[in-house]
Design a protein around this ligand. Structure first.
Ligand code: NAP
Ligand code: MG
Length: 400
C-alpha cells in the first residue's frame, strides 16, 4: 500500500509518563503504516525541559507559529514532588501556559461522543465546544480587606496626570472585603477572533454570554467588542458558511444550553469557562474523551488531549503491570492536526485519512472493544475490556 504523502511538517511535542508511552504506540500502530509522516520533533518530556532550561518549550511554540499546526502530548507541570522525583534544576512553568502565552491563543475543548455512553443530559446528541477566555478577570485580581469605618474607592491615574476616582463602598457599619480586576481590549478582541475563526473552521455557530445588564461597563465592553469584531470582520464569512453568532445573558445561555442538542461553540468569559468546562466535561462522561485545541488569533492550531499524563497508570506500567489507558483523546489530537495540515496544504487524502482514523476509533468502541474507563460506563450489552496496546491494535485492524 502506498503511504499518504505530506508537504509541510506538523510540530510534534512529545510529553511525559503514560501518555508518552501511548504517543509512541499511536504513531507506530495508527499513523506510520499509512502516512509518510513529516514532523518537526520537540521533546517536551520533563527531563529534556530541565536539560534545556525549558527553552525547548519556547522553541516548540515558535515552530508552531512558523508551521501553523502542532500536536502535543500531555506533560507534567512540576510541583514540589516532581522537583525531587526528577531532580529538577527549576520548577518550570506549565508548558501549556508558556505555549498559550507565545501563541496568544484560546483553548477549545470538545467531547468525543460514542454510542453506549449517554451524556447525563440525554438531549446532548452533538458535542458542545467550550472556549474559555484565559486572561484576566478574577484570575488576575487584587484583593483587600477593609476595616469597619473604611471608605473604598476605585482609582485610575491617566497618562496625562488626571485622576478618576469612583466610590466603591463606605464600610461604616462593618468590616468587609474588596476585589479589583481588569481585562484588556486587545485580549478580548483576540479572544473574539479566535472564536470566530474556529467557528468558521468547524462550521458551527458561536454563542457568547455575559452579565451586561448588571455589569454595564465591564461586561458591556465584552458584548460590544464581540459584536463590533463580528460585524466588521466576520458577518459576511459567517453568512457564506451558513452559521451565526448569538449573544445573550449568561443565565439565559445556561438555560438554553441545557435544552439544546449541542453542536455549537460556547465562548465563555474566564470564570464561566472554568466552571462550565468542568460541568460540560462531566455531563458528557469522561475526561479521557475530551479533546482540546489551542487556536491563535492569526490562525495557528495546537491539538492535544484535555487530560494529563495519567500518572497512576504509568507507575503500574513501570512495575510491569498491564494498563487499560484510554488513548482516544490523544488519537483525536493527531487526527485533528493531520486534518488541519491536509486542509492547509490541500491534501484531500490526508484529510480523508484523519476522518477514517476517527471513524475506526469510534467504531471500535461502538463495536464493544474499549478501555476500562469506558467499560464501566458503557451500556452496550456485548463489551470487552482490553489493555492499552490491544485497544490500539483493534483500531489498526479496522483502519487497514
Ligand atoms: P490525569 O493525568 O488527567 O489523570 C487523573 C485520573 O483520571 C487518572 O488517574 C485516571 O483515573 C483518569 N484518567 C485521565 N486520563 C485518562 C485516560 N486517558 N485513560 C484512563 N483514565 C484516565 O490528571 P493528574 O493525575 O491530576 O495529573 C497527572 C499529571 O498530568 C500532572 O503532573 C499534571 O501536571 C499533568 N497534567 C497535564 C496536562 C496537560 O499536559 N495538558 C493536563 C492536566 C494535567 P484512574 O486513576 O482512576 O484510572
Ligand atoms: Mg475548572
Amino acid at each position: 500500500m502506498e503511504k499518504i504523502q505530506m508537504k509541510t511538517p506538523i510540530v510534534e511535542m512529545d510529553g511525559d509518563e503514560m501518555t508518552r508511552i501511548l504517543w509512541k504506540m499511536i504513531k507506530d500502530k495508527l499513523i506510520l503504516p499509512f502516512v509518510d509522516l513529516k514532523t518537526e520533533y520537540y521533546d517536551l518530556g520533563l527531563p529534556c525541559r530541565d536539560e534545556t532550561k525549558d527553552q525547548v518549550t519556547v522553541q516548540a511554540a515558535e515552530a508552531t507559529k512558523k508551521y501553523g499546526v502542532a500536536v502535543k502530548c500531555a506533560t507534567i507541570t512540576p510541583n514540589a514532588d516532581r522537583m525531587t522525583e526528577y531532580n529538577l534544576h527549576g520548577m518550570w512553568k506549565s508548558p501549556n501556559g508558556t505555549i498559550r502565552a507565545i501563541l496568544d491563543g484560546t483553548v477549545f475543548r470538545t467531547p468525543i461522543l460514542v454510542k453506549g455512553i449517554t451524556p447525563f443530559i440525554p438531549t446532548w446528541t452533538k458535542p458542545i465546544t467550550i472556549a474559555r477566555h484565559a486572561y484576566g478577570d478574577v484570575y488576575k485580581n487584587t484583593e483587600l480587606t477593609a476595616q469597619k469605618g473604611a471608605k473604598a474607592y476605585l482609582t485610575v491615574e491617566n497618562p496625562d496626570g488626571t485622576v478618576e476616582k469612583a466610590p466603591i463602598y463606605d464600610f461604616a457599619d462593618s468590616e468587609g472585603i474588596l476585589q479589583g480586576m481588569h481585562n484588556k481590549k486587545t485580549s478580548i478582541e483576540s479572544f473574539a477572533r479566535c472564536c470566530f475563526n474556529y467557528a468558521l473552521s468547524l462550521k458551527q455557530d458561536v454563542w457568547f454570554a455575559a452579565k451586561d445588564t448588571i455589569s454595564k461597563t465591564y461586561d458591556g465592553n465584552f458584548r460590544d467588542i464581540f459584536q463590533n469584531i463580528f460585524d466588521a470582520e466576520y458577518a459576511e464569512k459567517f453568512q457564506k458558511a451558513g452559521i451565526s453568532y448569538f449573544y445573550t445573558l449568561i443565565d439565559d445561555a445556561v438555560a438554553r444550553v441545557i435544552r439544546s442538542q449541542g453542536g455549537y461553540i460556547w465562548a465563555c468569559k474566564n470564570y464561566d469557562g472554568d466552571v462550565m468546562s468542568d460541568m460540560v466535561a462531566t455531563a458528557y462522561g469522561s475526561l479521557a474523551m475530551m479533546t482540546s485545541v489551542l487556536v491563535s488569533p492569526d490562525g495557528n492550531f495546537e491539538y492535544e488531549a484535555a487530560h494529563g499524563t495519567v500518572q497512576r497508570h504509568y507507575y503500574k506500567h513501570l512495575k510491569g503491570e498491564e494498563t487499560s489507558t484510554n488513548s482516544v483523546a490523544t488519537i483525536f489530537a493527531w487526527s485533528g492536526a493531520l486534518r488541519k495540515r491536509g486542509e492547509l496544504d490541500n491534501l484531500p487524502k490526508l484529510v480523508a485519512f484523519a476522518d477514517k482514523l476517527e471513524k475506526a476509533t469510534v467504531d471500535t468502541i461502538e463495536g464493544g472493544i474499549m478501555t476500562g474507563d469506558l467499560y464501566v460506563m458503557s451500556t452496550l450489552e456485548n463489551k470487552t475490556k482490553v489493555n492499552s496496546a490491544d485497544f490500539l491494535t483493534a483500531i489498526a485492524q479496522r483502519l487497514s
